[in-house]
Design a protein around this ligand. Sequence first.
Ligand SMILES: [Zn+2]
Ligand SMILES: [Zn+2]
Length: 317
Amino acid sequence: MVLDAPGRPLRLEERPPPEPGSGQLRVRVLACGVCRTDLHVVDGELPRPKLPLVPGHQIVGVEESSGRRVGIPWLGWTDGSCRYCTSGRENLCDEARFTGYDLDGGYADYAVADERFCFPVPEGYPDEQAAPLLCAGLIGHRSLRAARDAERLGLYGFGASAHIVAQVARHEGRRVFAFTRTGDEEAQAFARSLGAEWAGAVGDPAPEELDAAIIFAPVGELVPAALRATAKGGVVVCAGIHMSDIPSFPYDLLWGERVVRSVANLTRRDGEEFLALAPRVPVRTEIETYPLEQANEALDRLRSGRVRGAAVLVVAG
Ligand SMILES: [Zn+2]
Ligand SMILES: [Zn+2]
């Protein structure tokens, strides 16, 4: 499924399978998760996608020569030599290339990837349930680490990432408070079913102050809202790659050593840590599956906030 230009629906195209270059492996795609970042790419909210582009960066595939399952994430390549790469921060590499953005991704029957950036897929997860671990899970993990040791954790937007983070946070003994769109009682019930002790709408007063908040929804207004809900010394983590502008707010909301920060991309270490942790929790992903040709429908459902958990394209039957 190919994006010709932002703002257009994806188009089904027949192509020969891509040939792997040096250091790359080729996989037959089994499943590919649909991420909000894909939506930002398709909707033209990110500045410079390769075009035409095959989106998708939560790829579970099988390497046909060895039969081993391989996970291909968003971080597709780094230079390995810059000051970020050499200080354990390859997620910030200026030259980084991203799967389904700079490189063709997994909305396809076959994908190629630099072997050094691929992960083994944890045993015990069916292909389509493993796919959301590869971005929703990894970014959620990085965001949760950025929330430090917060006991009372607010999650703003209860989609693919939050439904995984909630499980990990409960496993770590944290208390979870979920904020959804106004009136989205289904998402609130879903959050409670995954261990949130409170779920309500953004704007509802939380029953207690939060020690940290993670914002998954791409809505800048949530930053002052989350700061307002956060105790002194707390951190507000913006987990998405794109967000609408943050409105100005009184300094008083930041005073008291509150911190606002973003989380960008992932390092391979995040992936290794999280994919080892997920089966121990154990994280269970709730998914909606679509055949590859229905990628546009899956993106539409994500855009309108109707996906429960994560949307996944099931590619090889
Ligand atoms: Zn670098
Ligand atoms: Zn993603």
